[in-house]
Ligand binder design. Structure first.
Ligand SMILES: [Zn+2]
Length: 276
């Protein structure tokens, strides 16, 4: 089955990973801007990072026949530095017309601090001003419920925000309804241990339905698996779900959400059957 991984940090992965993803049916990915594992020292580091995301990375993905899309922002961890964040936000419009840029992301909260909230709202302003989609990171473990609540409150307090143009990522059993019930899109991250396993993600689809929801690997430089979406496909098949229902979650839904961006010029694969 063909699939799209809507959240994977491929700059941290090898070309062999792209190859393996292609063989399993991956036709496109979207790569949000994220934390590098260290705090960057200046706005110029971000400018170079955005060049990598919009120039070399789409080329490298293309070697394996994968279409590469991306999102730009300063992540929640580095948003603690208000001054640097504002410089980055001011520079981002230079890149918004690049052909693979889908919007602003992954913005959000990490430790649910005041500074993070301030920069989250300034990113919202940027997205509204340039009519961009928004992709949101929700915090880890014990900070997740409170952080997701804070994020949804900030979005709903602004009447200009259209929920169907916002994706709330890393939802779990206790946060999925916060996103879905207010009309936002949401995504589940399939991690080997934390966040959602493929089985938990399948449970959530069974409980809350398959509308406005997708799954991703969030593969990065930490323990993660860029083939997690195929693992989810297998889990759904084992449970007897139809191919049509599975395809909706791993292929049709990302296309529906991304198609709201004028830069999503997706070329569907030429043959109607996929590998695996
Ligand atoms: Zn991420």
């Amino acid at each position: 089955m063909y699939f799209i991984d809507p959240h994977v940090h491929m700059i941290s992965r090898t070309t062999d990973d792209y190859e393996r993803m292609t063989r399993m049916g991956c036709v496109a990915i979207s790569e949000p801007a994220f934390w590098a594992g260290y705090d960057r020292g200046s706005v110029e580091s971000f400018r170079d990072y955005f060049r990598q995301l919009t120039e070399f990375e789409p080329t490298r993905a293309g070697w394996s026949g994968i279409q590469h899309f991306t999102w730009l922002c300063i992540n929640a961890k580095e948003a603690e530095n208000i001054e640097l964040s504002r410089e980055v936000i001011k520079m981002i419009p230079e890149f918004l017309d690049r052909p693979n840029v889908l919007g602003i992301g992954e913005i959000g909260l990490n430790k649910n601090t005041m500074n993070e909230s301030t920069i989250f709202q300034e990113h919202m302003e940027l997205a509204l001003r340039f009519n961009q989609l928004i992709l949101i990171h929700t915090p880890h473990l014990q900070d997740k419920y409170k952080g997701t609540h804070m994020i949804v409150d900030m979005l709903r307090a602004d009447s200009r925000i259209q929920p169907h143009r916002v994706l709330v990522d890393h939802v779990e059993e206790h946060t999925v309804r916060l996103a879905k019930d207010h009309g936002f899109w949401c995504a589940m991250t399939l991690y080997p241990t934390t966040k959602c396993t493929p089985a938990r993600a399948a449970d959530i689809i069974e409980r809350f339905g398959d509308d406005r929801i997708m799954v991703n690997s969030a593969g990065d430089w930490g323990p993660s698996n860029p083939l997690a979406v195929p693992d989810f496909i297998q889990e759904m098949r084992k449970r007897g779900h139809s191919e049509e229902k599975i395809k909706k979650v791993v292929y049709d839904n990302p296309i529906q959400f991304f198609s709201q961006s004028k830069n999503f010029k997706f070329k569907p694969p030429q043959v109607t059957y996929g590998p695996a």
